[in-house]
Ligand binder design. Structure first.
Ligand code: SAH
Length: 354
């Protein structure tokens, strides 16, 4: 190719759309003449890919050459941890970086949980969270959310969505980027693609009430986790600035309006911080706040950030146990979440890219 042809080439690739968030009907709209669900499946189902990416028919290749871009986020750092989890840093096309965590679980039926980011950095400003220190750099586009997952699956598996759980608990507040999140769910749950059941996807929110309402009206309503972290507005606000905007009572009312499936439980997350929110009275108030909500309470002992200084400490294990026992005495279903990937800085609230 002569040098004078180069700018046209660049212009052509600029005009092409990212492939990863095109729905079957988008592909049809771009002029794909065969069943667009077939091409969509070839793009989305990593099980059909070869080492370099999707394997396409002649017509599929022609459409891609004309209209679509196939570049994925690139994995630039891989930190395995002793418990089997791997912390991954991915670079996006503008150089921004996000983190994802791959967590296999070897039980009778092996499963993998992938923890995904929804934003570069985060705007919520929670005082105990390392990601908050980055501030919000930008939202992820829906193709970056999907591309992030496809890059991880292509490298680490599983190739089948039957063995996959997704949690939006990486960087960012998913409901602060709710339209891109909904579009990504639309793609990930599509029966012609990866077909991840929405019951296998958990979106964790700091308590963004309008985002909850928007997500509740979307086509594929995922499982919900809500970070409570404080049992009074005073404590919660001091930890999570979003608590000033939507106080506990308002958040609780929004959870009552959430469209639960039969038997579905809402996960409530509570980061336990020594001397801040780990006393018995907090447990009593927390139990009281949950009321008759069908829930499971995930108590997460604070993960220290390692090299970043933090005013918070992890409570002693006796305090964690006493807190949990107190909640159970009120009839709460409680699980203690020992974060995975601690030694690789992949644990909850320690994801930060410098
Ligand atoms: N923005 C979303 C999801 C990201 S954080 C949310 O707020 O839910 C996922 C969970 O990790 C949240 O429950 C959060 O409260 C918790 N978390 C944040 N920092 C932590 C830390 N240092 N140790 C333990 N848990 C932490």
């Amino acid at each position: 190719m002569s040098q004078s042809e180069q700018p046209c080439q660049d212009l052509a690739s600029f005009a092409r759309l990212p492939a990863w968030d095109r729905t079957p009907s988008d592909l049809e709209g771009l002029g794909y003449e065969r069943d667009p669900r077939h091409l969509f499946g070839r793009l989305q189902r990593v099980a059909t890919w070869d080492a370099s990416g999707p394997v396409l028919s002649r017509l599929g290749r022609a459409l891609v050459a004309r209209s679509l871009r196939l570049d994925l986020p690139t994995i630039v750092e891989e930190r395995p941890s002793a418990d089997g989890a791997t912390r991954l840093v991915l670079a996006l096309e503008d150089g921004a970086r996000i983190e994802a965590v791959h967590m296999p679980r070897a039980v009778v039926r092996p499963r993998v949980t992938v923890c995904l980011s929804s934003q570069v950095g985060c705007a919520m400003g929670c005082t105990f969270c390392a990601t908050a220190k980055m501030g919000l750099v930008r939202n992820l586009a829906s193709h970056e959310i999907v591309g992030q997952l496809l890059a991880v699956l292509h490298r680490y598996g599983p190739l089948s969505a039957q063995k996959l759980n997704l949690v939006f608990m990486g960087m960012g507040e998913p409901l602060h980027n709710v339209e891109a999140l909904i579009r990504a769910l639309e793609i990930l749950c599509d029966p012609a693609g990866l077909a991840v059941p929405p019951t296998r996807i958990t979106v964790s929110t700091a308590g963004h009430v309008p985002g909850l309402e928007r997500l509740a009206r979307s086509r594929w309503v995922p499982e919900l986790a809500v970070s409570v972290n404080g049992a009074t507005d005073q404590v919660r606000r001091s930890l999570m600035p979003i608590g000033k905007r939507w106080p506990l009572a308002e958040l609780r009312a929004a959870l009552d309006r959430w469209p639960r499936r039969p038997h579905q439980k809402i996960t409530l997350e509570y980061v336990l911080l020594a001397g801040v929110n780990d006393d018995d009275e907090s447990a009593d108030r927390l139990a009281d706040w949950t009321g008759d909500l069908r829930h499971v309470l995930n108590v997460i002992p604070f993960n220290e950030w390692g090299d970043v200084p933090s005013p918070y400490r992890e409570p002693a294990s006796e305090r964690v146990e006493a807190f949990v026992a107190r909640l159970r005495s009120h009839g709460c279903l409680v699980k203690v979440r020992r974060s995975r990937g601690r030694d690789a800085r992949a644990a909850c609230g320690t994801l930060v890219v410098r």
